[in-house]
Design a protein around this ligand. Structure first.
Ligand SMILES: O=C(O)CCC(=O)C(=O)O
Ligand SMILES: [Fe+2]
Length: 274
C-alpha cells in the first residue's frame, strides 16, 4: 500500500474542544480528525458494490433510524484487508496518541451504513465503541444533509434534551462534512453526535471500529446497544463478549490497576523520603 505521511488533515478537534471540559472515561484526548486516507479506490469500490448487493437481505433498520449491515466483514471479506492493514492501525493510533486495535466483537467490528431520505441517517447518540473510523464509500452529488453534527457539551445533558423532545440548538453543534477520499476518526464514546437528516441524495459508509490496546475495558457498548443492533444468534454474541472479558478486558484491567498502585506507592515513598 502506498503510505502517505503526514496525511492531509481537513479538521481536527480535541476531546476537550468538543465537550468543553475534561473527561475521565476516555481512551484518548482526541475528539475527531478528518484526514486524507490512502486506501485503494478499487478496494473501496468492491466493498461498496458487494454491500449494495447485500443490502436487500442483510441490511436492517432498527435502532436510531439507521440502515446498516452489522458485522460487515462476515459478508465482505475484502474489508479484512483494511482490518489487517498495519499502516492504517499505526496512523489511527498516532492520531489517538495511544495504540489502537480492531474492535473485537464480530457484530459491531465493522458495519456498512446506508443513509438517505428512505434509509434514514443516524439519530443523536453516543457511540458504544470507543473509536470509529468512518470511510465514505460514496456520497451523491448533490446531497442535502448527511453531514456529521457533534454536540459541544456533555453527552448526558444533550441526550436528555433529545429524549425530552427538545431540539439541540445549532450554536451547540459543530459540523463536519464527509468527503470521498477522507476518513473521519472519532472518539465518540460519551460524545453526542448524529448525521443530519438527508433530504436529497445518499451516502454509503464503511465504519471500522477500534478500541485501546492498553484499556480495552473502557467501552460503552451496553447490552441494549448490542441487543438492538444485531442479527446473531444471542448465545453466540454473548459468548463472544464473555470470552473477550475473560481473556482481554480483565487481564488488561488487572495490569492497569497493578501499575496504578505501584505508581501511587512509589510517589508516596518519594514524598516521604524528600
Ligand atoms: O456517518 C456518520 O456521519 C456518523 C455515523 C455514526 O455516528 C455511527 O455510525 O455511529
Ligand atoms: Fe456514532
Amino acid at each position: 500500500m502506498n503510505i502517505q505521511y503526514p496525511p492531509t488533515i481537513l479538521n481536527y478537534m480535541s476531546r476537550e474542544d468538543i465537550v468543553g471540559h475534561s473527561t475521565a472515561w476516555k481512551v484518548s484526548d482526541l475528539g475527531a480528525v478528518q484526514y486524507k486516507h490512502n486506501y485503494d479506490p478499487s478496494l473501496l469500490a468492491v466493498i461498496e458494490e458487494k454491500a449494495l448487493k447485500l443490502k436487500e437481505e442483510h441490511a436492517f433498520k432498527k435502532h436510531l433510524d439507521l440502515t446498516f449491515i452489522t458485522g460487515a466483514d462476515r459478508f465482505i471479506p475484502e474489508i479484512k484487508e483494511l482490518i489487517n492493514d498495519q499502516s492504517r492501525l499505526n496512523r489511527v493510533s498516532d492520531f489517538a496518541g495511544t495504540k489502537l486495535e480492531q474492535y473485537p466483537l464480530s457484530i459491531v467490528g465493522t458495519t456498512v451504513t446506508f443513509m438517505g431520505p428512505e434509509d434514514g441517517s443516524v439519530d443523536w447518540h453516543c457511540d458504544g465503541v470507543p473509536l470509529t473510523e468512518l470511510i465514505p464509500l460514496s456520497i451523491s452529488d448533490p446531497i442535502e444533509g448527511g453531514h456529521l453534527e457533534i454536540y459541544m457539551n456533555n453527552c448526558e445533558v444533550g441526550k436528555s434534551q433529545v429524549d425530552e423532545g427538545k431540539a439541540i440548538s445549532s450554536k451547540d453543534i459543530v459540523t463536519l462534512d464527509h468527503r470521498e477520499g477522507y476518513s473521519t476518526l472519532g472518539h465518540f464514546l460519551g460524545v453526542l453526535h448524529r448525521t443530519a437528516p438527508i433530504k436529497f441524495g445518499n451516502r454509503v459508509t464503511l465504519v471500522m471500529n477500534l478500541r485501546s490496546v492498553a484499556k480495552p475495558f473502557v467501552d460503552d457498548n451496553r447490552f441494549f446497544y448490542l441487543a438492538a443492533d444485531n442479527d446473531h444468534d444471542e448465545s453466540d454474541w454473548i459468548e463472544e463478549m464473555i470470552r473477550d472479558v475473560r481473556e482481554k478486558q480483565l487481564p488488561a484491567y488487572r495490569k492497569f490497576e497493578a501499575e496504578r498502585m505501584m505508581k501511587t506507592k512509589a510517589s508516596e515513598l518519594s514524598k516521604r523520603m524528600s
